[in-house]
Structures are given as C-alpha cells and as structure tokens.
Design a protein around this ligand. Structure first.
Ligand SMILES: CC(C)(COP(=O)(O)OP(=O)(O)OC[C@H]1O[C@@H](n2cnc3c(N)ncnc32)[C@H](O)[C@@H]1OP(=O)(O)O)[C@@H](O)C(=O)NCCC(=O)NCCS
Length: 149
C-alpha cells in the first residue's frame, strides 16, 4: 500500500525525532536492512462517549487513556504468513507492559481500509461509536510477571 510505504520511507524518522510516535520494525533475518513490516505506537485518548455502553458503565465521563497503533503494515512479499498478527501481538504486549507504569484502558487502531478492519476484527477489536473509523480493544489487567521475558 503506497501510503504505508511512503510513511516508512519519508515520515517515520521525523515522527521518531519529534517523539510523535515510536516505530517498531520487523526485518528479514537474511537481510536485516530489509523492512518486512512495522507498526507505530503513540499515547492517545478516546472519548468515553465513543465507547460502547458495556464499557462506560464502569468508567467516569473523562477521556479514556489509550495507546494508538497509528499504522501497521506488512510488505506485500511477506503477506498472509502471520507477520501482521505477530506485529499486532507485539504492540498489545508492549502496551500492556507500559500500562503497568502509565495507566491505559484501551488500545486503539486506525484501519486503513475494510480488509484492515477485518484483520483487526479477527482479534476482537470493535468500532468506536464516533465519526472516525477508529477501532479499540479493552486492555485486560494482567500481572507484570506474565508479560516479561
Ligand atoms: C492487514 C495486514 C497488516 C495483515 O498482515 P498479514 O501479515 O498479511 O496478516 P496475517 O498473515 O497475520 O493474517 C492474519 C489474519 O488476518 C486476516 N487477514 C489478513 N489480511 C487480510 C485481508 N487482506 N483480508 C481479509 N482478512 C485478512 C485473515 O483472517 C488472516 O488469517 P488467515 O491468513 O489464516 O486467513 C496487511 O495485509 C497489510 O499491511 N495491509 C496493508 C496495510 C494495512 O491495511 N494496514 C493495516 C492498517 S494501517
């Protein structure tokens, strides 16, 4: 997908320099200079009113602290081999570890198209109620020990 290629070539280093996003990449073992996939993580908030009622019953009406996977992409040559799932699992794991220190209730994603929506839905992500196409997953509260290593 061209916009995602352009992001890693042109914008990722700027986002990192300005601390707008952390960028994590997966590289090929044989060619470590070759990026096969990547994702970004940033701090964000979600409006409590955009979450479904089953979640907001137990939350105050303030913005809800979140981690945002702003972009996640896999190179066409590596598609449908589980790398996207691995990257998403890594983003969730990193967020859960960070949430031990900085409170976060949900992880949000911005799917680029309907295929990406289906990808996230398979992992339990649900649509937010607002006008954006953003989706979210409630973070389970796990003990720190179960995440390390
Ligand atoms: C969406 C994307 C990240 C998936 O990466 P991937 O490495 O191919 O995904 P996986 O191999 O881990 O696939 C896991 C499951 O997701 C679903 N899935 C993946 N791509 C899909 C697609 N294009 N359409 C429908 N379902 C899809 C399937 O259920 C798949 O399981 P299966 O292969 O056993 O059927 C990748 O296609 C991509 O980078 N797309 C372009 C950019 C993009 O859409 N990014 C996402 C949001 S910015």
């Amino acid at each position: 997908m061209e916009s995602l290629d352009r992001y890693i070539r042109q914008q990722a280093s700027q986002d990192m320099r300005r601390v707008m996003a952390r960028v994590f990449v997966a590289v090929s073992a044989d060619h470590p200079d070759r990026i096969l996939g990547y994702y970004t993580l940033s701090a964000a908030t979600v409006s409590a009113g955009d979450l479904p009622p089953d979640m907001t019953q137990r939350l105050p009406k303030y913005p809800v602290p979140a981690a945002l996977v702003g972009r996640l992409a896999v190179d066409r040559t590596a598609a449908r081999r589980g790398l996207g799932s691995l990257l998403l699992a890594d983003a969730v794991k990193k967020t859960m570890l960070a949430a031990q220190t900085v409170a976060m209730t949900v992880i949000a994603v911005d799917p680029i198209d309907d295929a990406a929506r289906r990808f996230y839905e398979a992992f339990g992500f649900r649509s937010l109620l607002g006008p954006e196409r953003r989706m979210f997953l409630a973070l389970p509260t796990l003990k720190r020990d179960s995440l390390e290593g």
